[in-house]
Design a protein around this ligand. Structure first.
Ligand code: DLL
Length: 433
């Protein structure tokens, strides 16, 4: 179902025209009201009169996460503080957080793009949305809340965690839609199964998952364990939260809501646009936000544009599901590896569970990678010799798929800690001092 037919099926020509008009407005506002951007434009020798269409975007400066942290908390505000009605922040494990300050207009936009997102999986006012994304400074909970509210669905704002209660609520209220991180959805499935829940008998129909990397194989696991259709949803605090891009029912890339968020894909090294269809770093400009609008934000997320007509009828450009981040890319003895590639290999193997951790260490001058993956109950009781042979097989598979040698260690069922939010997949001991 298409929430906003006019905007989601507009011709690319018309869209580019609108994007251009909004970019011109944005650049004038930033130049006039945000000293941080005025200085950056002056450093590049640019003034608002140099920008007249969306193609001029490449003249403008980038914004990085570090810069956003430096001006914490209010340095990017482009309106009076009294116009801000809500603030969210990213958790950030190091340094200061990045801040998104929303005006009333921005909250409306957020509701709109999240209504589009949830409609892609067929959500209507008849649905009961169990929102297990965290409510708080994190954007997941409120983003889904505003979108579901706009559609008129019933929201259960249960937030993350308290897994027993999640299962009870799902049974008692007949939730038809679930929203959470993909790793938490698998934990819910596992927990529910132990409690004797038969998910095929529940009313769950669709799930919207995001906020962390996942893969096609993980989608299959989730769909078969929870008996629903799983949709990938993408977003980030710096831009708005969830609601930047989402999958339609064809599950072949995420439509970017480019009337609000203008996407570019650049080479991470040169900062220049990559060739059509090549992968690179996603850069986003907020075209319509008014609280803390951002120019050419370097997301560090890696993807590529899928330039094909989508059978769903939307004309909004699509990007491939994220391939990784420029900063979680592991470089093991010169080979670039994304955790998602390892995940793809592991999940094809019989007897292992979708819970794993990657441990990177440096021994002497050499990096080593250990993949710890949980075995299921069925093979746990097997002879040690059989388990060892399974480990060697997985090592062979990883070697032939990725070209690196990794040590695989099968660990006991349930020994890898579960997360209610984003899963921690990588333990990089090379950073320890
Ligand atoms: O995670 C916003 C969000 C909430 C998205 C709920 C989707 C659902 P941050 O905490 O600022 O915001 O983290 C943003 O998470 O740059 C990506 O690296 C990663 N990420 C978000 N969605 C996906 C996804 C929220 N679908 C960072 N696939 C982003 C892979 C994702 N990674």
């Amino acid at each position: 179902m298409i929430w906003n037919k006019e905007m989601e099926t507009m011709s690319q020509g018309e869209l580019r025209c609108r994007q251009g008009e909004n970019l011109v407005k944005l650049v004038n506002t930033l130049y006039g009201k945000v000293p941080f951007y005025r200085r950056k434009m002056e450093e590049k020798g640019i003034s608002p009169s140099d920008v007249s269409s969306i193609d001029d975007i490449s003249l403008l400066p980038f914004t990085t996460k570090d810069e956003m942290r430096e001006v914490y908390p209010y340095g990017l505000l482009s309106v009076e503080k009294r116009e801000i009605v809500e603030v969210h922040m990213s958790s950030g494990t190091t340094g200061k957080s990045v801040v998104d300050a929303y005006t009333k207009n921005d909250i409306d936009i957020w509701g709109e793009v999240m209504a589009r997102t949830l409609s892609m999986g067929g959500t209507t006012s008849d649905d009961i949305v169990q929102n297990a994304f965290g409510y708080g400074l994190f954007t997941g909970g409120f983003g889904v809340h505003y979108g579901a509210g706009k559609i008129g669905a019933t929201v259960l704002p249960i937030s993350g965690g308290n897994t027993k209660r999640q299962i009870d609520v799902m049974l008692d209220f007949g939730s038809t839609v679930i929203t959470c991180t993909p790793s938490y959805s698998l934990y819910l499935a596992e927990f529910g199964k132990e409690e004797g829940v038969d998910f095929s008998k529940l009313k769950l129909r669709a799930g919207f998952f995001g906020a962390e990397p996942w893969s096609e194989s993980m989608r299959e696991e989730i769909e078969s364990k929870l008996h629903l259709k799983a949709f990938d949803i993408y977003g980030l605090t710096e831009i708005i939260g969830p609601g930047v891009a989402a999958e339609c029912e064809f599950h072949n890339g995420l439509h970017i809501f480019e009337d609000h968020f203008y996407p570019e894909i650049i080479s991470q090294e040169t900062g220049e646009p990559v060739k059509e269809g090549e992968k690179g770093e996603l850069v986003i400009t907020t075209l319509t936000k008014t609280g803390t609008p951002i120019l050419r934000y370097r997301t560090r997320d890696i993807t590529y544009f899928i330039n094909e007509k989508c059978p769903c009828g939307r004309t909004l450009r699509k990007m491939h599901r994220l391939l990784g981040r420029t900063d979680d890319m592991l470089i093991i003895r010169g080979v670039n590896i994304f955790p998602s590639q390892i995940e793809q290999v592991l999940f094809r193997i019989e007897g292992v569970e979708p819970h794993y951790q990657l441990i990177v260490e440096r021994k002497g001058h050499l990096d080593t990678l250990e993949v710890q993956v949980e075995m299921n109950e069925a093979i746990f009781s097997d002879e040690i010799r059989r388990l060892e042979s399974l480990e060697r097989n997985m090592e062979k598979e990883l070697h032939s798929n990725l070209g690196i040698h990794a040590k695989v260690k099968l660990v006991e069922p349930k020994s890898i800690s579960r997360s209610e939010g984003k899963a921690k997949r990588i333990i990089d001991k090379r950073n320890l001092r």
